[in-house]
Each structure stands twice: as structure tokens, then as C-alpha cells.
Design a protein around this ligand. Structure first.
Ligand code: SF4
Length: 491
């Protein structure tokens, strides 16, 4: 059987570029200068598992990496004439991914398997639309069972059967690196990496319970944290380094890299012991488990940046989103990280449960303070989007907060708020998020010019994006600065 494993379409019907991250949140950007591709890690694990465990012809294709629109992607997948097509889609692109899959099925009689968050949240809808198999939650071994033609009612995780117990990640082979190159996702600067870092996964899961979190609720449906063998992680790094001499580092992009202190102490010791500490490492970390000894161990092993979910300056909002945290402790931790010599990257979100304009404005102010005082080096801003399948979605739907005239493609964590709270409308949420972006861009620009001078900034942008990119970036930057100054002087 010829099996195609396909990441989502990479360019939507409006010709916007998709940044696809189904277990978190996907978004579209208008300019390719703002676009990048995440390595589609769970599909990539599925691909290597099917290649290892079956004799079928398995082909992995990434329409996001290639920035393909529906028509271009259709041609590429059709050239494989698949007997089975597996697609992981977020709600953001579900309509177009289903349309693509059905078009292929109509010609090749292809069996369609849908996995990922939207499929997990609305399995019957997908079956009604003509999808043959829908997997719920973590799906690698569910798809393996389907491919091995096990009786349908004996496959846990396959709708309408119950969920499959969480898998033992130690049983997974290393993810796909033949049909796509993991190096192709390692572009310096994206996703906010400073070096050519390959995206890797030392653990899976999170002991937290944020009510908006797709990974926690839709994929795993429980608090959990699973680690790989240290030896296997080290061997994978060595293998990647040998295969890709141009590789400069590793971005551990799992949910919560540091959930077990001893694990980090052992991993960092092994990195040093195996002389891999000249590489640059960064990781998605959980604030609750960071302390000075852990951060020092990371620094000594070559970690240069910690990514942490700060989310909000409002303790009321943090409480309501299921991530209670004393803000002073967060600031103390950032100070310690900087004293140790680590860079910091924070994620922030607007429009979460419990928020209103006043509470979210506090987050804008916090961002301004953290950036200005150099406690934060970089950040990510999102609109807290109630993705189907999460408790956040269920709550706002029950309360009637979801906007009436929204489509699936509006579930985009970058630009569109899909809900109206009684005292905080979607347009206000979007406005506050835009304001935070203006603040960020202004401070970054001012810091760069102060450090290197205006001429250096011009040269940097020119070299990185070329002449057209330079013009686009330059005009946009100028426009944003005018807006920032307007907000500042009219408030
Ligand atoms: S801490 Fe991060 S990974 Fe864990 S539940 Fe919250 S958002 Fe999800």
C-alpha cells in the first residue's frame, strides 16, 4: 500500500502563509518574511514508526514547509497516487484540508485518515463529510493499527472507540529525516532561534493544566510527563551533528522540557560528558520547575536561552486560565536567569478567561518593563483562542461568548479573536494585542539602533531579506512606529 503522510496546506485561499503548530495554535501571516515552518513532529514520528514497523511504501510530504496552496499540494500528492492519505489539521485550515483530501479520494479512491486537534474534537462531523478514519488524541500507534488492518473496533484511539492509553515515548524511533530534512526547518531567526538549531523532543507532555492548552487537553487528555532515555537523546544529537555538520544547536521544542529536575541535571551532565556542550541549546521550559541549580547546569551545558510561558501580568487571569503564578516569583526567576547568563523568551496571550481590557493592559505594561529592563530578550504574543476540544472552548461556547459569524479559519491565534466577553469585545482584544506588538517592535528597534546604530540595522535587514524584503520591512517598520507614537501621545 502507498501511504502519504501530509502536513497541512501551507498557503490558504487568501494566499496567506500558514505557520502550522496543531498541538499549540496555528496562524496565517500575510508576508513570507514573517513566515517560518515548525517541524511537524508528531506526523514525523508517525512516519518513521510506519517505515520501521510496516512494509508499506510511506511518503512524508510537508505542504507547509513548501508553502503550497491547495492546488499545488493536490498536484504533489496526486503524483504519489496514495492508497491512504493521513493529514493532521488544526481548525484553522480544516475546511481546505478536507476539501483537498476529498478531491484526492474522488480520483484515487484513497482511504482518508484525519488526526490532530480538529479531528479529535469533531470526529463524527469528519466522518459525515467523507473521512474514513478519525483518530482521537495522540495518534502514532492508532494509525499503525489502522495500517496493519486490525479490526476497527479493537483499535483504541480510533473513533468511536475510547481513547488509547498514552504511549511510551521510549518505544518511538527518531522522527522522519529522509523525505524531508530536519535541517530545512532550522533557519536562524526562526522560530526565534538565533542559530541553526534542529527541533528535537526529549520529553512529551506537561503536568500543568492550562484550560486553553491543546496538547494537554486534546492530545493527552490528562496531566502527564514522559521522558526519553538520556542515552537515546544524546545519540540522536550526535547522529544529527554527524549528518548535518552545519548544525549549530538544538531547540528542545516539547511542551515542558524541565519538568523533572533530576532529568535535566542528568541530561546536561551527559551533554558535557559527550562533548556536545559547544552546541547552542534552547528549550521550552516550565517556570514552576526552574531554579538556580537547574539553570546553572543548563548554562554550563551550552543552553543559551529559556522559553517560558508567562502569559499574563494579571494574577486573576493566570488563576482563571489554570496557571496560577505569583508574578514576583516570575520576575525573580528572570533576574536569576539573566545573572546566570541565559537569554529569556516569554510567551504572552490576550483575551484569556478572566481577562478584560484593564487586566490585559497590565500585560502590555509588563512586557514594556521586562523588555526595557532587559529581563526579557524576546517574546511571542498570541490571542488566546478557544481551540475546540479544550475546557476554554467548552466554557465560552456554553456561556454564549463565541462570536456568531466566525468560520473555522478564524481560529487563528495570531490575529483574530473569536469571542466577545460581555465587557471585552473581540475587537478590543485584538486592539490590545496589536498594541503589545507595537510596544515590542518599538523597544526592539530602539535597542538595536542604540546598540549598533541605524546604519547597521539597515545593513542587517538588507542582507537577510534582500532588496524587496528590505523595502517591505522598512515601510512596515516605519508605519508601526508612527502608530506606536500616535498611541503614546494620544493616551
Ligand atoms: S504549561 Fe504549557 S504545555 Fe503545560 S498545560 Fe500549560 S500551556 Fe500546556
Amino acid at each position: 500500500m502507498k501511504i502519504v503522510i501530509a502536513n497541512s496546506i501551507g498557503k490558504d485561499k487568501n494566499a496567506d502563509y500558514i505557520i502550522h503548530s496543531p498541538s499549540r495554535w496555528s496562524e496565517a501571516v500575510k508576508s513570507k518574511f514573517h513566515w517560518f515552518a515548525y517541524y511537524p513532529w508528531e506526523l514525523a514520528y508517525l512516519s518513521s514508526l510506519l517505515k520501521q514497523q510496516t512494509k508499506h511504501q510511506v511518503k512524508f510530504i510537508d505542504g507547509c514547509l513548501q508553502r503550497l496552496d491547495q492546488e499545488e499540494y493536490y498536484k504533489l500528492i496526486m503524483s504519489e497516487k496514495p492508497d491512504m492519505l493521513i493529514i493532521e489539521s488544526a481548525t484553522r485550515m480544516i475546511e481546505e484540508n478536507i476539501a483537498l483530501a476529498l478531491k484526492i479520494k474522488a480520483v484515487c479512491n484513497t482511504k482518508l485518515v484525519f488526526v490532530g486537534p480538529h479531528a479529535s474534537a469533531f470526529p463524527q462531523q469528519l466522518i459525515d463529510q467523507g473521512i474514513d478514519h478519525v483518530c482521537i488524541g495522540e495518534y502514532e500507534f492508532t494509525v499503525l493499527d489502522i495500517v496493519q488492518l486490525k479490526p476497527k473496533d479493537e483499535i483504541p484511539g480510533l473513533y468511536p472507540n475510547g481513547r488509547r492509553p498514552l504511549l511510551d515515548i521510549k518505544t518511538l524511533p527518531w522522527p522522519e529525516d529522509d523525505d524531508v530534512s530536519r535541517m530545512d526547518y532550522a533557519v536562524p531567526g526562526e522560530p526565534s532561534c538565533e542559530f541553526r538549531e534542529i527541533q528535537m523532543y526529549a520529553s512529551r507532555g506537561c503536568p500543568g493544566g492550562c484550560n486553553f492548552c491543546v496538547a494537554r487537553h486534546v492530545y493527552y487528555n490528562q496531566a502527564n510527563w514522559r521522558k526519553r532515555e538520556i542515552k537515546d537523546i544524546i545519540n540522536e544529537i550526535k547522529h544529527l551533528r554527524e549528518k548535518y555538520p552545519q548544525m549549530q544547536g538544538v531547540f528542545f521544542d516539547e511542551e515542558a522540557h524541565n519538568s523533572d529536575k533530576q532529568f535535566i541535571l542528568d541530561l546536561t551532565a551527559a551533554i558535557i560528558e559527550n562533548k556536545l556542550d559547544d552546541l547552542k541549546f534552547e528549550a521550552m521550559c516550565d517556570l514552576r520547575f526552574l531554579d538556580e541549580p537547574v539553570m546553572r547546569a543548563m548554562k554550563n551545558a551550552g543552553y543559551y536561552k529559556l522559553r517560558i510561558g508567562i502569559e499574563s501580568a494579571s494574577e486573576k487571569v493566570l488563576q482563571a486560565m489554570g496557571k496560577p503564578r505569583d508574578l514576583n516569583k516570575t520576575i525573580d526567576l528572570l533576574k536569576s536567569a539573566k545573572d546566570i547568563g541565559l537569554k529569556t523568551y516569554g510567551t504572552f496571550t490576550f483575551g484569556a478567561l478572566g481577562s478584560n481590557k484593564i487586566e490585559d493592559e497590565k500585560t502590555v505594561k509588563l512586557i514594556e518593563n521586562l523588555l526595557s529592563s532587559n529581563l526579557l530578550d524576546n517574546l511571542q504574543l498570541s490571542i488566546c483562542t478557544p481551540q475546540p476540544g479544550t475546557p476554554f472552548y467548552v466554557y465560552v461556547k456554553d456561556q454564549g461568548f463565541l462570536r456568531k459569524k466566525i468560520s473555522d479559519s478564524d481560529y487563528d491565534g495570531g490575529s483574530t479573536a473569536v469571542l466577545d466577553y460581555p465587557d471585552y469585545t473581540h475587537s478590543k482584544i485584538e486592539e490590545v494585542k496589536r498594541k503589545a506588538l507595537l510596544v515590542r517592535d518599538h523597544i526592539f528597534m530602539a535597542q538595536k539602533i542604540k546598540k549598533n546604530g541605524f546604519g547597521q540595522w539597515v545593513v542587517f535587514v538588507f542582507k537577510r531579506y534582500g532588496f524587496i524584503g528590505f523595502l517591505v520591512k522598512g515601510f512596515k517598520r516605519l508605519g508601526r512606529e508612527v502608530k506606536f507614537q500616535t498611541i503614546r501621545w494620544t493616551k
